[in-house]
Write a protein that binds this ligand. Structure first.
Ligand SMILES: C[S@@+](CC[C@H](N)C(=O)[O-])C[C@H]1O[C@@H](n2cnc3c(N)ncnc32)[C@H](O)[C@@H]1O
Length: 397
């Protein structure tokens, strides 16, 4: 949709969108794929929570931290486009957009258009409502254009469902989603194809997903098939068999997520992407990504604005985690500073160990569309770090 007077478009297989379609779509996914239906039902049932409810959540800072990570990733790759030859405003494809939690981030990035897609019809309805509100609040109703699609990206071809199938995408973003399609190679490949086939040369495919290496290491240190803590748990079906596709585990996160997910190994995603002319440019644990980006002035300010880390000692009220040892690392850093500067009253911002354990099972990734790169050429990212080297994010404030 290039016409900004008619800036939003809503479809599911180009059908008129209504609750009847919502039911039909759900029944269809249920018939064809049970896991996808479970995932769609789970996300359809999830309610929009108020700020007050979110504030009282045991994973309040972890969710903000994840949002900070996505904001920085999105800004980084928009900046990369602009520092190249990109003269036009970018068009974005958000795969598994959920309720549109990233719309504001894209709005800040001055984009031309976004295509939001998700398997959960209710999430898409809420995403569109969020977009409409954003538009209403903006000066002269001027925001980027948007299109909304209900689709299973692991089964359906999105390109054919775009209002203009020739649309060229500059960045595809897939945040906390792609592992759902690693149920089978066919689904994973379909997802990657959807992510990459409409991308322009030099465009990026960015996202966040599970850190398979870390999950497997944690499983090996666990006594049974399950590990986790007060806020999250992961239950595998086997301790010694990790097939490349279809390696299912049950993931639970506070009262937010309780879904079957599938292990995604870096090598498999890299290989699938290479089929579509994509070359890996970044693969980092959340700890590495934080370390690399937190000192930038704007990103540092964003930590405070987004409340991505919790202040320690607390200024008002109790700390988010009631487990005292959860803040040992922060106390240690404060003691270290005081021993150097005895008259100082240092303060830090960090995550509780409990929240960090849940946040640190993810990685960020980015691929560039570069069809000239040989399929067998080595990737330019460094090897993954060991868990032991990871420090809980902490900044002095
Ligand atoms: C953890 S949520 C992330 C939502 C959003 N990307 C964000 O970062 O806030 C995962 C989303 O992926 C969607 N999803 C899962 N499997 C999908 C599939 N096969 N096709 C499209 N969306 C899918 C779910 O419905 C859900 O909205």
């Amino acid at each position: 949709m290039s016409n900004s007077n008619e800036s939003s478009h809503f479809s599911g297989r180009k059908r008129h969108f209504d609750s009847k379609y919502e039911d039909e779509h759900y029944k269809k996914t249920q018939r064809t794929n049970q896991h996808a239906a479970v995932v769609a039902e789970h996300y359809n049932k999830r309610e929009n929570t108020s700020c007050a409810v979110r504030r009282n959540s045991k994973i309040y800072y972890m969710r903000n931290f994840n949002n900070w990570t996505k904001s920085v990733l999105i800004k980084k790759y928009l900046d990369k486009l602009r520092s190249g030859n990109w003269k036009h405003k970018p068009t974005i494809l958000d795969l598994g957009c959920g309720k549109g939690g990233d719309l504001l981030k894209w709005n800040k990035g001055n984009i031309r258009k976004i295509i939001c897609t998700d398997i959960a019809a209710t999430s898409i309805t809420q995403c569109k409502e969020r977009y409409d509100l954003l538009k209403k609040k903006s000066r002269n109703n001027q925001v980027f254009d948007a299109e909304f699609l209900v689709a299973d990206s692991g089964k359906e071809s999105l390109k054919e469902m775009f209002s203009n199938p020739e649309t060229e995408i500059d960045i595809t973003s897939c945040q906390f989603v792609i592992h759902y399609t690693f149920e089978s190679e066919t689904q994973a490949e379909k997802m990657v194809r959807n992510a990459c086939e409409s991308l322009q040369e030099g465009g990026y495919f960015i996202g966040t997903t599970v850190n398979a290496k870390k999950l497997v290491n944690k499983l090996h240190s666990a006594e049974d098939m399950k590990f986790g803590n007060d806020v999250y748990s992961v239950r595998f079906q086997s301790k010694d068999s990790f097939p490349d596709f279809g390696c299912q585990y049950q993931f639970q996160l506070d009262d937010v997520v309780d879904c079957p997910e599938f292990l995604l190994k870096k090598k498999n995603l890299v290989q699938l992407c290479q089929k579509y002319g994509m070359h890996l440019v970044e693969w980092k644990t959340f700890a590495e990504f934080f370390d690399e980006n937190c000192n930038d002035n704007e990103n540092f300010k964003l930590i405070r604005r987004m409340k991505a880390l919790e202040e320690y000692p607390s200024v008002s009220g109790p700390l988010n985690s009631s487990i005292r040892s959860d803040y040992d690392h922060a106390k240690k850093e404060i003691d270290r500073i005081i021993s150097k500067h005895p008259r100082s009253e240092p303060r830090v911002a960090t995550l509780s160990k409990t929240e960090w354990e849940a946040a640190s099972i993810y990685v960020v990734y980015a691929f560039i569309k570069d069809s000239n790169v040989s399929r067998s050429s080595p990737e330019r990212t460094k090897e993954e770090t060991n868990d032991a080297e990871e420090k809980i994010p902490l900044v002095i404030i």
